[in-house]
Write a protein that binds this ligand. Structure first.
Ligand code: ADP
Ligand code: MG
Length: 343
């Protein structure tokens, strides 16, 4: 997990008398929470305000939805719809379920927005660098060049009417940078359908917050220290919005003493090293997920262009600076973000 929600019940009771009163009354209402392991990570659903039976039904359906989505979007499942597409990519039109068509269309949109930095066709590079298992080894320039020939979102052709796709032979799609966000949005809408007005879905650091916990202004979400470990370096307050963090600290390989993170610049075929982590706040989790990966590749300066095309998106970059970490914000966090850079 890259972002951990700080359980409001465990926060220190603070300062003012009235705050104390509010905190004590919150202590009475225990949230219902349930978790599962899905899409290679831990998922949590937290609900306030429903009786136990109703909360159990809502959380159960939300978590089942995540498993259902994994079932057709995961590259790890050989019989998933995405695996089938990848195996059969021969340059002919391939009919997709409307759901997969939708997610791939959104992915291509975010490729456009990020000038190709976010690209679901980067899979040959992800595999070449050893991020899908096998032995990691430093690829040669000619191997990178060969893999790059198979990459390029602009070679993905989508037929909106027929809900079909054409990808060139050899191209393979990888939804790891967007599927979790899609899943979180779906799970959150299921909670709302069950009448949840105060709840949270957290899928490995891809979070959607509905309303706020009782007596609170929002869900306090901790931002993990980009250098690894379980420390948080800051936090933000979230209501009716999504947040996602992409980082190098959880999924990386070490070659010749150097660390290579799992996010690849699809334009040059190499893992990105100029960024440690990016946290994106956006209206929905799919957007936050895709943009956190795309912005990771772009860095703060080049992400500004994308921000100008989008509304209500904010990003916090953790950047390496010698042995230290510096933070840079783009967009407007309007006071809800606090960074503790004392360490
Ligand atoms: P995580 O999956 O850990 O939440 P991300 O959402 O940032 O992290 O997605 C990273 C994953 O997406 C990688 O493990 C890889 O499978 C794939 N990927 C790597 N580089 C890119 C990229 N430039 N654009 C889209 N997907 C990418
Ligand atoms: Mg992502």
């Amino acid at each position: 997990m890259k972002i951990s929600d700080i359980n409001p019940l465990r926060r220190p009771l603070i300062l003012l008398a009235f705050t104390l009163v509010v905190s004590i009354s919150c202590e009475r209402e225990k949230p219902y929470s349930r978790e599962t392991f899905v899409m290679g990570t831990q998922a949590w659903v937290t609900i306030y305000g429903l009786d136990e039976e109703a909360a159990e039904a809502a959380a159960g359906e939300a978590l089942r939805e995540l498993h259902r989505i994994e079932g057709f979007m995961s590259n790890w499942k050989k019989e998933s719809e995405i695996s089938l597409l990848n195996r059969e990519s021969d340059g002919a039109p391939h009919k997709l379920s409307s759901e997969l068509f939708h997610v791939i269309s959104r992915a291509v949109y975010f490729s456009d927005i990020t000038a190709g930095a976010f690209d679901i066709s980067a899979r040959p590079l992800v595999q070449l660098w050893g991020f899908e298992g096998g032995t990691a080894k430093l690829p040669t320039d000619s191997e990178i060049h060969a893999a790059l020939q198979k990459v390029g979102y602009n070679k993905i052709l989508l037929d909106i009417e027929a809900k079909s796709i054409i990808i060139p032979p050899g191209m393979e799609l990888d939804l790891a940078g967007i599927a979790k966000g899609y899943g979180v949005d779906r799970a959150a809408s299921i909670l709302k359908k069950h009448g949840v007005e105060r709840g949270m879905v957290n899928l490995g650091g891809n979070i959607y917050a509905i309303g706020s916990p009782p007596g609170r202004k929002g869900w306090r979400v901790g931002i993990r220290d980009p250098r690894g470990g379980r420390n948080t370096t800051g936090s933000l307050l979230l209501t009716d919005a999504a947040v996602s963090t992409s980082g190098n600290y959880e999924n990386y390989i070490e070659l010749d003493g150097k660390i290579y993170g799992h996010i690849i610049d699809p334009r040059i075929g190499r893992p990105v090293s100029h960024t440690l982590s990016v946290t994106v706040v956006a209206a929905n989790a799919l957007q936050a997920d895709a943009l956190s990966t795309g912005f990771f590749v772009l860095g703060p300066e080049n992400s500004q262009n994308a921000l100008e095309l989008l509304r209500g998106v904010k990003a916090l970059f953790a950047l390496p600076n010698g042995g230290k970490v510096i933070y840079e914000e783009i967009g407007d966090f309007s006071g809800s973000l606090t960074i503790d850079d004392s360490h």
